[in-house]
Design a protein. Structure first.
Length: 375
């Protein structure tokens, strides 16, 4: 081996050691930055507003996001730019024109807490030749749970004229089948409806009943109208936190977020619970499964699935501000432009208008109807 080759080996080895040392130093800095951000005694990220002034902590951030809800007031509504579905969402929705609720076919009056809903389901009466026991009906009804990706439910009218889910021990004079007309994916289509009709006729024959089937054209028109409403209100809002310095160590960050109230889901998302089994918003690290650091976090609110009284937007922004302060980051939109208080307040007003329109359409955000439609 010549002196030149020996020198090159030494230089290459020194360079390699230098690169490895630099990477280890960067990882150490990232881990320490997160540990410092969450070290010591910290409050819940949703309980921080007001602390600086010596006030008792209150949940969310009331001053910036308070709004009076008026179900009769119909103002402008977040429209196309509010309709986002990607993991990182633009946070500057614009206002569009109000959209009225679709005209739907009247059905027998049933309680709103029943699984067949006259507003979002196509309800089909099964008129029985004689009363039938739930024990006999259930095995047949349970063979029909879905057509395509649309769920089907059954209720029955008991001998006192009350509607209830078909159950063992009940006796019913009429049955009512309900197939959901639309969801986030698509409206009920002709193939699905034809399959429903065929299978309902088989069930009706087994139970000695006659289905009162609405015209397919009417059902398709109603389904498409409802799906259009879903499209125009499928709104998701995101707030990004961009690191102002070194990237954050993901493993340390996720552990700290868990201590702050976030729950880890099997699919890799971190979610903030509303305390009653529902979700307020989610958090993404915007990193691959093998990445060790990240410089950007995204908090995401599924607007139609969170009730107005939960103040999901206010809670999400309060959480983002707290995390940015602790981690040394800044709130930005998807174009990396800093988000000022005035912009966040404008968006809060648009969210309030969005909620008022859903309320006027009798599909309140966070309600069972909304959760079924926006699934």
């Amino acid at each position: 081996m010549t002196d030149l080759q020996t020198s090159l080996f030494i230089i290459g080895g020194a360079f390699l050691v230098g690169v490895i040392s630099y990477n280890k130093w960067q990882e150490y800095k990232a881990k320490k930055s997160v540990e410092r951000a969450f070290s010591g005694s910290h409050d819940d990220v949703l309980m921080t507003p007001g602390k600086e002034n010596g006030e008792a902590p209150v949940r969310h951030e009331p001053k910036l996001f308070e709004a009076e809800f008026d179900a009769d007031a119909m103002s402008a509504v977040p429209h196309d730019d509010l309709e986002q579905s990607a993991e990182q969402q633009a946070i500057e929705p614009q206002l569009g024109n109000p959209v009225s609720a679709p005209a739907l076919t009247p059905t027998p009056a049933v309680r709103k807490d029943l699984p067949v809903d006259e507003l979002i389901d196509c309800a089909i009466p099964l008129v029985l030749e004689s009363p039938v026991r739930g024990d006999k009906a259930l095995p047949a009804l349970q063979t029909l749970r879905h057509v395509g990706n649309k769920p089907i439910h059954f209720i029955g009218e008991d001998l006192n004229g009350e509607w209830e889910p078909v159950a063992h021990g009940g006796v019913y004079s009429t049955l009512l089948a309900g197939v959901q007309l639309a969801n986030r994916t698509n409206p009920l289509n002709e193939i699905e409806y034809s399959e429903l009709v065929t299978r309902l006729r088989q069930i009706a024959d087994d139970l000695g009943a006659e289905p009162e089937l609405p015209e397919m054209t009417e059902v398709m028109h109603t389904a498409r109208g409802l799906h259009q409403f879903v499209i125009e209100h499928d709104a998701q809002l995101g707030v990004n936190i961009q690191s102002s310095g070194a990237p954050w160590a993901i493993s340390t960050l996720l552990a700290a977020l868990s201590r702050q109230g976030f729950d880890a889901r099997p699919e890799g998302r971190m979610v903030m619970s509303d305390g009653d089994g529902g979700l307020l918003f989610s958090l993404s690290t915007n990193a691959s499964a093998v990445a060790e650091t990240t410089s950007r976090l995204t908090l995401l609110l599924d607007v139609p699935r969170v009730a107005p009284d939960r103040d999901g937007y206010g809670a999400m922004v309060a959480c983002a501000r707290s995390l940015a302060a602790r981690l040394g980051g800044v709130l930005v939109d998807d174009s990396n432009q800093a988000l000022a208080d005035v912009q966040l307040a404008e968006i809060a007003g648009q969210v309030d208008a969005f909620y008022r329109e859903m309320e006027a359409a009798e599909i309140s955000a966070g309600s069972i109807r909304a959760l079924r439609l926006f699934s």
